[in-house]
Design a protein around this ligand. Structure first.
Ligand code: ADP
Ligand code: MG
Length: 233
C-alpha cells in the first residue's frame, strides 16, 4: 500500500479557539476519503494546513512518505478549496489554456479533462455564462490538468441544485475509478456514504472516527447515525 499523506497530532488554535485538536489520520493511494463534520468542525482548517495555506500550531503532516519537500509534493496535489474563480469574459478553453501555461502542462490535456467533467459541448462559452455547477466542474477540470495523485475538494456541492449535486458526485466517482485518490470535505452524511470508501469524522476539531465508511455504520449504529442531525454530532 502506498501512503499519500500522513497527518500526526495536528493542532490549530485561533486565539482561544482550538479549531483542530490532536488530529491524526493517513490517506492511502486509490481510496476516496471523506472528512465529515458539521459546520465549524475544522474541515477547511485541516485542508488549509495540509495545503500549506494555514499555519499549524503543532503536530506534523507528511506528503508522499516525505520523499520530496512539501512545495514539490503539492505539485502532485489538485485542490479546490474556494469558489471557482476564472476570467468571466474568457471561454472555458481560454481559461484552461492559461492554467496550462502556469502549470507547464500541454494544452492537449484540455479537451480530455473537459470531457471528463461533461463540459466539452460548452468549451467555447464564456465563463460568466456558466451555472454554479458548471463553474465547479470547470474548476475540477482545471485541477486535473496536470494529472495529480490526489484531488482535494472542500464542500464541492454546496449551493448546487439536486441535478448539479448529482453530476458532481458522479464525476468524483469517475475520477476515483481512474485511480486518482480523493479527499472530500463535506457536512453531508449522505454525500460521504454515496461517494467515499473511507471517512474521518470530526466534531469540534476532534476526531470521532476514522476508517472505512462501512465501519462508521457499524460503530455508531447505522440507524442512529442516519437519524442524527450532523449539527448534534
Ligand atoms: P468547517 O470547514 O468544518 O466548517 P473550519 O475549519 O472552517 O470548519 O472552522 C473551524 C473553526 O475555526 C470554526 O469555529 C471557525 O470559526 C474557526 N476559524 C476558521 N478560520 C478562522 C480564522 N481565520 N480565524 C479565526 N477563527 C477561524
Ligand atoms: Mg469549511
Amino acid at each position: 500500500m502506498e501512503t499519500i499523506l500522513t497527518v500526526q497530532h495536528l493542532t490549530k488554535k485561533f486565539g482561544f479557539l482550538t479549531a483542530v485538536k490532536d488530529l491524526s489520520f493517513t490517506i492511502e493511494k486509490g481510496n476516496v476519503y471523506g472528512i465529515l463534520g458539521p459546520n465549524g468542525s475544522g474541515k477547511s482548517t485541516t485542508l488549509g494546513i495540509i495545503l500549506n495555506v494555514v499555519n499549524r500550531t503543532s503536530g506534523s503532516f507528511c506528503w508522499f512518505e516525505g520523499n520530496t519537500s512539501t512545495h514539490e509534493a503539492l505539485k502532485k496535489v489538485g485542490a479546490i478549496i474556494e469558489r471557482p474563480n476564472f476570467y468571466p469574459y474568457m471561454t472555458a478553453v481560454q481559461n484552461l489554456k492559461l492554467v496550462c501555461k502556469i502549470k507547464e502542462v500541454p494544452e492537449t490535456k484540455i479537451e480530455e479533462k473537459l470531457e471528463l467533467v461533461g463540459l466539452l459541448d460548452r468549451k467555447d462559452s464564456k465563463f460568466r455564462t456558466y451555472s454554479l455547477g458548471m463553474k465547479q466542474r470547470l474548476a475540477i477540470a482545471s485541477a486535473l490538468l496536470n494529472d495529480p495523485e490526489i484531488l482535494i475538494l472542500d464542500e464541492p456541492t454546496n449551493g448546487l441544485d439536486p441535478q448539479g449535486i448529482h453530476q458532481i458526485r458522479e464525476i468524483i466517482k469517475k475520477i476515483a475509478a481512474k485511480g486518482t485518490t480523493i479527499l472530500l470535505a463535506s457536512h453531508l452524511l449522505d454525500e460521504v456514504e454515496k461517494v467515499c470508501s473511507h471517512v474521518v469524522i470530526l466534531r469540534k476539531g476532534e476526531k470521532l472516527y476514522s476508517g472505512p465508511v462501512d465501519g462508521m455504520m457499524a460503530s455508531h449504529g447505522f440507524f442512529e447515525l442516519r437519524t442524527t442531525a450532523m449539527d448534534k454530532l
